[in-house]
Design a binder for this molecule. Structure first.
Ligand SMILES: [Zn+2]
Ligand SMILES: [Zn+2]
Length: 146
């Protein structure tokens, strides 16, 4: 499931100016998701209740959708790790430790990634310059064939 950032206009139940909150939606129904969050908030903070004014919409931000890319845990230089790959931008990251919750959130920008270097650039011109020079270097911690 693709995660995306959604903006919602909320308002205090006591009135006042509405403001914008953003949250990460994991379903196709961000309104329902946010309502559930808000219900919980209103239970936790009964003196500070809020309501939805409107769903402003998708901010256009998407987040990496990581899955495990290696079959077996990698052991290298006395380090143990799994390699997680984003299905959208193809970036790899290391995940240390066994059985730990994995909750790594990063903004996904598939058109700013050099797959060979496993690197995300800040701008398209930065990536283009890098591609023009053509000096790619795969990180040492990435074994071949993942
Ligand atoms: Zn990604
Ligand atoms: Zn590169």
């Amino acid at each position: 499931m693709t995660e995306k950032e959604v903006s919602v206009k909320v308002q205090s139940l006591d009135g006042g100016n509405p403001w914008i909150e953003t949250f990460t939606s994991r379903t196709d129904n961000p309104k329902k998701e946010f309502e559930a969050l808000l219900n919980q908030w209103n239970i936790d903070f009964p003196d500070n209740k809020r309501k939805i004014v409107e769903i402003v919409g998708n901010t256009g931000k998407i987040y990496c959708d990581f899955h495990k890319a290696n079959m077996l845990t990698v052991v290298r230089n006395r380090e143990n790790y799994d390699i997680m790959e984003c299905s959208q931008c193809k970036l790899f990251i290391k995940r240390h430790g066994l059985g730990q919750g994995f909750n790594y959130q990063r903004e996904c920008k598939p058109d700013l990634v050099c797959v060979e270097c496993n690197k995300q650039f800040k701008s398209k011109s930065g990536l283009k310059k890098h591609m023009d020079v053509g000096k790619h270097k795969t990180p040492e911690w990435l074994p071949d064939g993942v």
